[in-house]
Design a protein around this ligand. Structure first.
Ligand code: 3PG
Length: 308
């Protein structure tokens, strides 16, 4: 019997990506079910009921979604972070969960540098700004996105530092990046910090005033990772105490109201998470997701499984 592949994206892929996914599904002899821009989670419950595989973006795959799925064997998060999938529930139901690491990293990195330029130029307010050339940049976590950030920042002539206890020192240094041995060292050295840590039990609320307060004069925090890694209460305290401190985030924090009422000109938040929202990233991640599903069904390939 033909396999049903559900692509459920509250924030849809670019058309080009959907067309390519459709083509690969057709070639494999599978059937596509497309659920885009859904507002009611019940629509997802209904759509997933008879799906064999599910492709998502930041869509939440909760225990309830998994319970509503009667045939589901695999969920692929087209992207890097899989904090939106209940891994324990998936494992409990024997559902394989994968991500597509690296496929949308350049898009996220370009947005991080873009937001830095935007803030350095006073949010394009027509007044005199500053440049990135010669400024210090700290990359917190040197994974796929961090590497691209370093590559682009090198073009801007920034002095680059990184902290990542999971990456070999030599692998960071060969990119011309200075390695910091502690996270405190990174924040003390850098005017700009770009966050690339995942959101998990260890990292949630880990970026707090004690750490951010170490940043030098003119500090700019750039968050294209997850809003959950920020201790918002402590960030607001710092915004109050340090008039020089600025915050840029891909998706607004919960405390956006405080920023809007008190810190005009010192923040920018995207209206919707858009780091990976490019045609190229959608095509890369979407194709990788469907190819991984085909390889899983046809050859039992579990290379990118994250709930092993
Ligand atoms: C990721 O983890 O890959 C990014 O945050 C992209 O998320 P998105 O697919 O919702 O744009």
């Amino acid at each position: 019997m033909s396999k049903k592949i559900l692509v459920a994206t509250e924030k849809p892929f670019a058309k080009e990506a959907v067309d390519k996914i459709k083509e690969i599904i057709g070639d494999a002899g599978y059937e596509l079910s497309l659920l885009e821009k859904y507002e009611d989670v019940n629509d997802l419950y209904k759509a997933v009921a008879d799906a064999d595989a599910l492709i998502i973006r930041s869509d939440n795959v909760t225990k309830e979604v998994l319970d509503a799925a009667n045939n589901l064997k695999i969920v692929v998060r087209a992207g890097a972070g899989y904090d939106n999938v209940d891994l324990a529930a998936a494992t409990g139901k024997g559902v394989v969960v994968m991500n597509t690491p690296g496929q949308n990293s350049n898009a996220v990195a370009e947005l991080a540098l873009g937001m830095m330029v935007y803030m350095a130029r006073g949010l394009f307010n027509g007044k005199s700004g500053t440049e990135l050339l010669g400024k210090t940049l700290g990359i917190h976590a040197y994974g796929n996105v961090g590497k691209h950030v370093a590559r682009i920042a090198r073009g801007f002539g920034m002095e680059i530092y990184a902290f990542d206890p999971f990456v070999a020192k030599e692998d960071i240094e060969k990119d011309g990046v200075n390695v910091c041995d502690t996270v405190e060292e990174l924040y003390s050295a850098c005017q700009y910090i770009s966050l690339h840590i995942p959101a998990n039990d260890k990292t949630k609320k880990s970026i707090n005033a004690a750490l951010l307060g170490k940043m030098p004069e003119g500090a700019v925090l750039v968050n294209t990772a997850r809003k959950e890694v920020i201790d918002e209460e402590s960030l607001l305290k710092l915004m109050e105490e340090r008039k020089d401190f600025k915050y840029l985030s891909d998706i607004a924090p919960g405390c956006i109201g405080d920023f809007e009422s008190k810190y005009s000109g010192r923040f920018y938040f995207t209206p919707k998470k858009m780091g990976a929202q490019t045609a190229e990233a959608n095509v890369n991640a979407g194709i990788a997701a469907i190819n991984q599903i085909v390889a899983f069904f046809e050859n039992g390939d579990t290379t990118f499984q994250v709930n092993k």
